[in-house]
Design a protein around this ligand. Structure first.
Ligand code: SAH
Length: 193
């Protein structure tokens, strides 16, 4: 899996749109993203860098070193401070700190079933009690089979049962390079209890 991502980041990945996702901008503008932010599976960092311009303290992690390298280069070019680290999202406890908010644009939907369970435990180790995880994933309403596996609302609810409160799961759009209208997605807001 890591090899797949490392090779695709040699070029221009279909999800890497060179700007923040609209849904992330809207969350920020609505005041839903508060305090310190961790971007999990941050890729080349557009969402993390955008939130840094909005005066959040931001960290971004991704297990693909090339993506992190590109993200660090963008931060330097734009004179923005974001702490980018090459790290597996299943081992977030090694960060040794917690955040008010965690964002995920396109990580959860690439994890297999076993990884999903490990990821949810890993996530719990880096979110304050009462902090919120915002997750954007491609939904089962997206036709065809191109791209990541589709995620249903029931799967999201099933993954975040104990110790989590689902504030909402709402229809959303995930932008990409492949089509101008983007992919049908779910935007979830899930708080740690
Ligand atoms: N959030 C970015 C990238 C989405 S693509 C964006 O919106 O553009 C999914 C990303 O998750 C890739 O960058 C991939 O390298 C990363 N990834 C996949 N599995 C991971 C894991 N187990 N730990 C950390 N990063 C992972």
């Amino acid at each position: 899996m890591q090899f797949f991502f490392e090779s695709i980041y040699q070029g221009e990945p279909p999800w890497d749109i060179g700007r923040p996702q609209k849904e992330i901008i809207q969350l920020e503008q609505a005041g839903e993203i508060v305090g310190s932010v961790l971007d999990v599976g941050c890729g080349t960092g557009e969402n993390a860098l955008y939130l840094a311009t909005q005066k959040h303290e931001v960290w971004g992690i991704d297990f693909t070193p090339l993506a992190i390298k590109k993200a660090e280069e963008k931060a330097a070019q734009r004179n923005l401070l974001v702490t980018f680290l090459a790290l597996n999202a299943l081992e977030l406890h090694t960060l040794g700190r917690t955040f008010d908010t965690v964002i995920d644009s396109g990580l959860f939907h690439v994890l297999n079933d076993e990884e999903r369970h490990l990821f949810v435990d890993s996530l719990a180790s880096v979110i304050h009690l009462g902090g919120t995880y915002f997750m954007l994933c491609v939904s089962e309403l997206q036709p065809g089979s191109y791209g990541p596996r589709r995620i249903t609302q029931a799967e999201i609810r099933g993954s975040f049962r104990d110790g989590w409160h689902i504030n909402y799961i709402r229809p959303a759009t995930m932008e990409g390079r492949m089509s101008s209208e983007g992919a049908r997605a779910w935007l979830s807001s899930i708080s740690r209890e």
